[in-house]
Design a protein around this ligand. Structure first.
Ligand SMILES: NC(=O)c1ccc[n+]([C@@H]2O[C@H](COP(=O)([O-])OP(=O)(O)OC[C@H]3O[C@@H](n4cnc5c(N)ncnc54)[C@H](OP(=O)(O)O)[C@@H]3O)[C@@H](O)[C@H]2O)c1
Length: 435
């Protein structure tokens, strides 16, 4: 390895250009802190002619980014292209197999292929880092893998998607409905033209799977993240939640539980009611926040910008500084062979309070039908609210209720009984209360 840490950058979009700007502006400070300079040797993107607002003239250009993996003058490849498979994965595999370090911001790739890539990294003594893949500029990977490394993490949860948090906080402050606010968010650049990954909870699920592996020493298991997005939340739900002393946030939550004599992994991304007194309730706009509960550290709260060129570049360059210093933390904090393959936990056994919202036909007996299904399944109702004006006669009515603490399985049983009932105008919405 040369004196300088020599890097090649694949992807010159929002994050890639941000990394170049940061290295340019803070180069001397970074070199002093890393103990050596970080030198960009080569770059690659799709369109060589595109103006990226940064001067590329001193770097080699490669049309095929996988060429980085075989260049002798490159120590670390920085992958900022995106996509779980395709060229990003091909590059990461080839670079690690050839003994080069890889730094990536690509949560989709890490969530799907992180275990394989960590295995390659280990086998070839090459560093693999992905701080920017989870919660953008927040140093939560390092916080968990190093700062909290002495702890058994009991539970990890947080707000992992800035787009959803922006939409929910806008709905909260303006009283507007989901579709309206989404349109604005797209115009303002807080949501993509195709927002599916964000609003359906998939992006948050990628990040949660990574956090869970790191926190619990388990193998990545993205396929078993129980994922629900925010598309069904109405302004009326937000108003009901507020009346009860809660706000609605998309929460990714994971913990390990004992089931059938073995340790099982629970992972869920879903909108939840968060008490207004909880630190996550105050996290508004596109901000992200992660809470980790360590058995010695107690509750740790990481909060900051979850996206954007500056914060994400800050996390990418932090990884480069770590590599330049020779920090050899394993990618998931433990050697790959020791990461546990945990079966998914059965959510039916979890106990919590739930908010249930029904849209029902405005006719006699409907409320009795719902409450009877709850009673027969052993679900105890703490409060019940009905929304509908006398002048709305004949229109569907919104009925919301909050249950007492009880097993999720009981609520599921009650909803099974109601499934297909002509009294229900749409599928009931269930949100858990964060306890
Ligand atoms: N944006 C954020 O705030 C943020 C935050 C955290 C993590 N991330 C992650 O960071 C990564 C990059 O995100 P971004 O927002 O910077 O994306 P972006 O703005 O869309 O940039 C993607 C870059 O990759 C290049 N590229 C795409 N497909 C390519 C291909 N087949 N061959 C060669 N180059 C290709 C593009 O080239 P052209 O420019 O020539 O089209 C572009 O420069 C993603 O994994 C994303 O999930 C982003």
């Amino acid at each position: 390895m040369s004196q300088n840490l020599r890097i090649a950058l694949a992807g010159l979009g929002t994050v890639g250009a941000g990394v170049l700007r940061l290295l340019e502006e803070n180069g001397a400070l970074i070199a002093a802190r890393a103990g050596r300079a970080i030198e960009v040797v080569a770059v690659s993107a799709r369109d060589r002619a595109k103006d990226r607002g940064v001067d590329l003239s001193s770097y080699d250009w490669e049309d095929d980014m996988t060429a980085f993996a075989t260049r002798d003058d490159v120590d670390v490849v920085v992958e900022l292209v995106g996509g779980s498979d395709g060229p990003a994965l091909a590059l990461a595999r080839k670079a690690l197999a050839g003994g080069k370090g890889v730094v990536t911001a690509n949560k989709a790739m890490v969530a799907h292929h992180g275990l394989e890539l960590a295995g390659l990294a280990e086998a070839n003594a090459a560093p693999l880092r992905y701080e920017a893949a989870v919660a953008g500029g927040i140093p939560v990977i390092k916080g968990l893998g190093e700062g909290a490394a002495a702890n058994r993490i009991e539970r990890i949860y947080g707000i992992l998607n800035g787009t959803c948090n922006y939409i929910l906080s806008e709905m909260e402050s303006t009283g507007r409905d989901f579709g309206d606010v989404l349109k604005d968010a797209q115009e303002l650049g807080y949501a993509e033209a195709d927002p599916t990954f964000d609003i359906e909870g998939i992006d948050a699920a990628h990040k949660l799977a990574i956090l869970a592996s790191l926190a619990f020493g388990t193998q990545l298991d993205f396929a078993n993240v129980d994922t629900t997005g925010i598309t069904r939340i109405r302004a009326a739900d937000i108003a009901q939640a507020r009346a009860l002393g809660y706000v609605i946030r998309l929460i990714g939550l994971s913990d390990c539980v004992e089931e059938g004599g073995e340790r099982r992994l629970f992972q869920r991304v879903a909108p939840c009611l968060v008490p207004t007194s909880h630190p996550l309730a105050g996290v508004g706009g596109p901000t992200n926040a992660v809470v980790a509960e360590g058995n010695y550290s107690g509750r740790l709260l990481f909060e900051g910008a979850g996206a954007g060129d500056g914060p994400t570049a800050s996390a990418v360059v932090a990884d480069l500084i770590d590599i330049a210093r020779g920090n050899a933390m394993p990618p998931f904090s433990l050697p790959v062979a020791t990461l546990e393959a945990s079966a998914p936990a059965d959510p039916g056994h979890r106990r919590n309070r739930a908010y249930l919202r029904f849209v029902v036909a405005d006719k006699p007996g409907v409320l009795a039908e719902i409450t009877a299904a709850m009673r027969d399944a052993g679900v105890s109702i703490e409060s019940l609210m009905q929304q509908g004006q006398p002048e709305d006669d004949g229109q569907p009515v919104l009925v919301a209720m909050v249950t007492h603490d009880g097993p999720e399985g009981a609520v599921a049983d009650a909803l099974k009984v109601l499934d297909g009932s002509p009294s229900l105008v749409e599928e009931p919405l269930v949100m858990r209360l964060l306890g």
